[in-house]
Design a protein. Sequence first.
Length: 107
Amino acid sequence: MAHKPESLDSLIVDGQEYWPLPSVIEFSGLSRHTFATYVSRGQAPAPAFLVGSASIWRADEIRNWVRTRPGKPGRPRKSRPPFEQTPGNAPDSPPNSPPSFPVGPQG
């Protein structure tokens, strides 16, 4: 799960901690591409500012975003059709029981 980046250089400005992209990626567990896509869609925090050509994020915003972002990575699960009860698979049927309808010729 998410942890404080160890290989990261934090930047402290006026008591506020900031992280460069490699630290954000390490903390979030996302790939660089996925995180950049989330930022471009407004689904992740935008950088607080640039230092040279490097984007810098507020560490508290990234921590909060990782903690509260919904869902898991990957595609949404496909919905399944509703369960149909048929003779032999009803909840009250014993395991491996034969179907409860008559079998064979009826007299």
